[in-house]
Design a protein around this ligand. Structure first.
Ligand code: FAD
Length: 483
């Protein structure tokens, strides 16, 4: 970091997918780019290094996705998970731009798997990275090095100088010392505030102590907070986010994808009191897994227990830790330190209410309960074949939705309705523009890639061409023109 830091066109804060998409896009059109990443090199790339896939619109099969996934179907999925809490213009723009993402990523060196089938049924809608998110991010960083983007690790931005919507400089702590970095334009791509336990507690209260953070410990929301304090309009609510029910034994941070449990729709879930509290078979798991963290967060002591029997074994992705197991439900409840009689009664009531149908985990089948509160509406089979198994579930926070309001150029919007003069945002830090709540698998990377590319190109265009001479680009033309 001691080298010359003057003459930077575009400063990118963050080192994940959104940041590197912005950095590479800004560099593509000739801007000089500096990336400040708060993590050390070995832990670079935030939550993006944990990802596996992104969701893309396509009108016909591609070499990485099966079938077709139209704009309207994609938008319907967003509407359904958000309950309409989305900005339709930005959401549709994101969807249309998603059609070009995989080809752009391939040009940066990212490799994809062939279209998948399998348990998550995502082979049609989502493209999977070969080697996962870590390989995807390594490809971006290799490309960044090839094209001359400077990256500084262990460089946490702790302050920003912003005057009247104009970014002047950022202060980063590098090797324990504050360093002021000036640039013509800044792209904020530093994630949400999911790793800031104090901020989570402010939003959730003491319950937040029982949350596990699935990803990076470096997303503390410092840049987000500074920009909000400097008059950028906020979007979304602090309590909204992507929260999954994960193995209660997962580490506090960075447990990643392997701590997820995909057995909920095959069994029942009880709380600390031994009561069921939600329809475990409401919809396909990829459409429901992201609500279960919040459901568990609202239970006593923020814990749930998924109970299955041996019929369910082998029908979901294997867990990283083995389940607790017993030959009968009472024994299992004892191991879990749950009220034994209550759990036995809950399982019996469930079994008695099951209406036998034709079990098929690949469709919304007709196996359901009748007369139970709450009902289980699909994949309801009696829990009656020993051995029985259970997993403790905790809320696993993936990322938060409170963020910066942006327009379709990824430009941060100031309170009062004016666009910030030289501040752009991409990724988790602005995801709340599209996701007011809920989640559909793969859209985090889609939003980061689309807005990262837009932010990078807009930022470069602004840095390289004075406002008076700049042609106002129509974003949709511009996104397609990039491919
Ligand atoms: C386990 C797991 C699995 C996931 N799987 C998927 C998936 O398959 N598909 C999908 O679409 N989404 C997935 N997500 C969500 C996805 O990770 C995010 O939506 C997306 O990657 C966010 O990209 P980002 O660049 O905005 O943030 P991040 O990738 O988190 O990057 C933020 C970066 O900012 C840096 N940073 C933070 N604060 C500062 C600061 N003050 N100064 C400097 N740098 C800072 C961090 O170190 C980090 O590098 C998953 C998340 C997790 C945790």
């Amino acid at each position: 970091m001691t080298d010359d830091l003057s003459g930077i066109d575009v400063l990118v804060v963050g080192g994940g997918n959104a940041a590197m998409a912005a950095a590479l896009s800004a560099r593509e059109v000739g801007a000089s780019v500096l990336v400040l990443e708060s993590a050390p090199k070995d832990f670079r790339a935030g939550n993006s290094r944990h990802t596996r896939d992104l969701r893309c619109m396509h009108d016909a099969p591609t070499n990485v996705m099966a079938g077709a996934y139209t704009e309207d179907e994609f938008y319907k999925d967003i509407q359904s998970v958000t309950g309409g809490q989305t900005n339709e213009q930005l959401a549709r723009m994101t969807i249309r731009a998603s059609a070009t993402c995989t080809e752009w990523m391939k040009r940066q060196g990212v490799r994809f798997q062939r279209a998948l089938g399998g348990t998550l049924q995502l082979g049609r809608t989502n493209a999977f990275f070969l080697g996962g998110g870590k390989a995807m991010m390594n490809a971006y960083y290799d490309q960044a090095e090839r094209v001359g983007i400077r990256v500084v690790y262990n460089a946490e931005v702790v302050d920003l100088k912003v005057e009247d919507g104009k970014f002047e400089s950022a202060t980063a702590m590098v090797a324990g010392k504050p360093v002021e970095v000036r640039a013509k334009v800044v792209v904020a791509a530093s994630g949400g505030f999911e790793a800031n336990l104090d901020w989570l507690k402010e939003a959730w209260g003491p319950e937040a102590d029982n949350f596990l953070i699935r990803g990076t410990p470096y997303n503390k929301g410092k840049v987000l907070k500074k920009l909000l304090e400097n008059g950028v309009e906020s979007v979304g609510e602090a309590k909204q986010g992507h929260m999954v029910a994960i193995d209660a034994r997962a580490p506090k941070f960075d447990g990643g994808i392997v701590t997820r449990l995909d057995c909920v729709s095959l069994g029942i879930v009880v709380n600390r009191n031994g009561d069921r509290f939600y329809d475990e078979g409401e919809d396909f798991w990829p459409k429901r897994y992201a609500i279960w963290g919040r459901l568990v967060a609202n239970q006593p002591e923020q814990i749930g227990y998924c109970i299955i029997d041996s019929k369910a074994m082998g029908k979901f992705m294997p867990s990283v830790f083995p389940p607790d197991t017993a030959q009968n439900i009472g024994e299992l409840a004892k191991i879990l330190k749950l009220p034994v009689e209550k759990v036995v009664a809950t399982v019996k009531a469930y079994n008695d209410a099951v209406q036998l149908g034709t079990f098929n985990h690949d469709v919304l089948d007709d196996c359901k309960t009748s007369g139970l509160d709450p009902e289980k509406t699909h994949w309801a089979l009696r829990i009656d074949k020993p051995p029985f198994y259970a997993y403790g579930l905790r809320p696993g926070l993936t990322f938060t939705y409170l963020g910066l309001k942006v327009d379709e150029h990824a430009r941060a919007q100031m309170k009062g309705g004016k666009g910030a003069r030289n501040i752009f945002a991409a990724g988790e830090i602005m995801v709340g523009n599209i996701l007011g709540k809920g989640y559909t698998a793969g859209i985090g990377v889609t939003i980061g890639t689309v807005f990262g590319r837009i932010a990078g190109r807009e930022a470069a265009s602004q840095a390289l061409h004075p406002v008076e001479t700049r042609k106002d680009t129509k974003v949709e033309e511009f996104v397609h023109a990039a491919d």
